[in-house]
Write a protein that binds this ligand. Structure first.
Ligand SMILES: [Zn+2]
Length: 537
């Protein structure tokens, strides 16, 4: 089982039988329905039924208040299996452990008491459904596989330059215009999730102990929104939903009151659909060229006494944080929002990447809360050639300057599956696994013992195979030296050739820059130069 128990396991010597045809339970029906559904997929358990019963049920869930959120106590005894937890997530985690015991041992269990709790409260995975509009089976399939590893936060990236994916009843143009783009070959691509579909995903995840956190990326990465509503941009010029990846210049105007009101209305709509305690509001990669040229943004800068346009972004973000706080929600922002030095302390910061020296001393405050997603350790759109499995398990929260985050300030870890180059479910799963297992192990146990992890990983690979989940072979997930270098070439050469074919020379240089940066520190200069030569050839 991954993650392994982070606590204690005491066996009783008893033999405990879980009948293959089913048994009785007393507890939250929707969480027990997940156990029933999972067990029915196992050989011999296809007729397994769970029936509610007050007295005396065989599976009993009880609430206590002396366990940490997500933690649980599981007592497996001949006459009863009892679960204690302080919340829904703890119950879901306990039933997941019970499921793995049955899956790995059959219906004949050893009596035991398991006391288990997560090291980190936040164990997340991001799926980008803007660049790629994944079908609901793919989305829920990923949630299920993640929940089986006790990951508990699904960060759903639903809005970006390449498409707006949430049904909007207040602003229908967001779907009529903003959800669709024209691909390189002239075809139309896109779509959106209806409110009912989204609520189904939220319920599916909640029954598995997973909270769905939506991202409405503001004020950058909004070309799809501006395509539908050009009036919320600085110039008001029309725009088209973007097809190419990268950073795009059109951003939401921070000077026009109507644009601010629009952003708040959109957040209201998102909050209506998503009950999550936190809402991700983006804040990454927002070029300031439009703001600098905009009379409204310049006026805002003067009126608010701000010294530069990074501070204007902080001001904009503060409007959003206040708006969400009034609804009892907390904002999460990408780390660029820290640049102003004036980001509101209430915001949680998701750290993904920064140039060395980007922050003044002390900008990484010990009082702030962080989610760690550093791109060299947790951006799974990079294949294992560039981001081997061991780097994930060895994630160590620190900035590009090497400043370590205070242990308590890091809520947890999140792996990101950006989808510019993920065209189907198979590729998505390959990039997710087995590396998502390492995120789980790192965040649940704080474990970094790679050899121990690898030993257990081999069995997990068999489970992925029998569940029909695609994955990289373990050996290819952890290359080093010359085989790794060759895999990097094999991985990037076709991408460079493709970009060249479309006449995007600037992108070739950008890709070579990324390859160089990512190889530095792990490879010598000669190897890096050789790789770049081979990629350019
Ligand atoms: Zn403006």
């Amino acid at each position: 089982m991954i993650p392994a128990v982070n606590g204690s396991v005491q066996t009783t010597g008893e033999r405990v039988v879980v009948p293959a045809h089913g048994t009785t339970y007393d507890g939250d029906a929707r969480v027990f329905a997940v156990l029933e559904d999972r067990l029915r997929r196992l050989p011999g358990f296809d007729a397994f039924r769970l029936t509610p019963s007050d007295d005396p049920a065989f599976l009993v869930a009880r609430r206590v208040d002396d366990l940490v959120p997500g933690g649980y106590r599981l007592d497996v005894r001949a006459d009863r299996i009892a679960i204690h937890s302080s919340d829904d997530e703890g119950l879901a985690n306990a039933l997941t452990t019970l499921y793995w015991r049955i899956r790995e041992g059959g219906g004949d269990l050893a009596g035991e008491t398991v006391v288990d709790a997560p090291e980190k409260p936040y164990r997340g995975f991001l799926l980008d459904c803007s660049r790629r509009f994944f079908d609901l089976d793919t989305v829920t399939g990923l949630i299920e596989q993640a929940a089986l590893r006790k990951l508990n936060r699904f960060h759903w990236h639903l809005s970006d330059d390449q498409g707006y994916r949430i049904e909007s009843t207040r602003f229908p143009a967001l779907n009529e215009v903003g959800s669709w783009r024209t691909e390189m070959d002239g075809s139309r691509y896109g779509g959106f999730y209806t409110r009912d579909q989204i609520r189904d995903v939220i319920a599916f995840a909640a029954a598995r102990g997973v909270e769905v956190i939506p991202e409405l990326d503001l004020p950058g990465h909004v070309t799809a929104i501006i395509a539908a509503h050009p009036e919320v941009s600085c110039s008001g010029e029309p725009a088209e939903v973007v097809t190419m990846p990268g950073i795009h210049a059109r951003i939401l105007c921070a000077g026009k009151d109507d644009a601010i009101a629009f952003a708040k209305d959109l957040l209201d709509e998102v909050c209506e659909i998503f009950p999550s305690r936190v809402i991700h509001t983006g804040g990454d990669e927002a070029p300031k060229t439009e703001w600098e040229a905009c009379p409204d943004c310049q006026r805002r800068l003067r009126d608010e006494g701000l010294s530069d346009f990074e501070q204007l972004q902080a001001w904009f973000t503060a409007q959003i944080i206040d708006h969400l706080a009034a609804k009892g929600r907390t904002a999460v922002c990408w780390n660029e929002s820290l640049k102003s030095g004036t980001l509101d302390d209430r915001a949680i910061v998701q750290y993904w990447y920064e140039e060395p020296g980007a922050y003044a001393d002390g900008a990484i405050g010990q009082d702030r809360r962080y989610i760690y997603s550093e791109s060299k350790e947790l951006y799974f759109d990079y294949s294992p050639a560039m981001l081997p499995l061991r780097h994930v398990l060895n994630s160590r929260p620190r900035t590009a300057d090497g400043t370590e985050f205070a242990e308590d300030s890091v809520l947890g870890f999140e792996a990101a599956l950006w989808s510019e180059q993920i065209y189907d479910r198979t590729r998505l799963e390959q990039l997710a696994f087995p590396r998502l297992l390492a995120v789980s192990e790192r965040a649940w146990r704080g474990a970094t013992d790679y050899d121990d992890f690898l030993t257990r990983c081999e069995r997990e690979i068999q489970h992925l195979d029998s569940d029909g989940v695609a994955h990289y072979p373990l050996a290819e997930s952890d290359l080093a030296g010359e085989p790794q270098r060759q895999a990097i070439v094999a991985d990037w050469k076709p991408k460079i050739d493709l970009v060249r074919q479309f006449g995007q020379g600037a992108f070739v240089d950008a890709i070579l820059g990324i390859v160089r940066e990512r190889m530095e520190g792990e490879f010598g200069d000669d190897d890096i130069e050789l790789t770049l030569q081979e990629l350019k050839a």
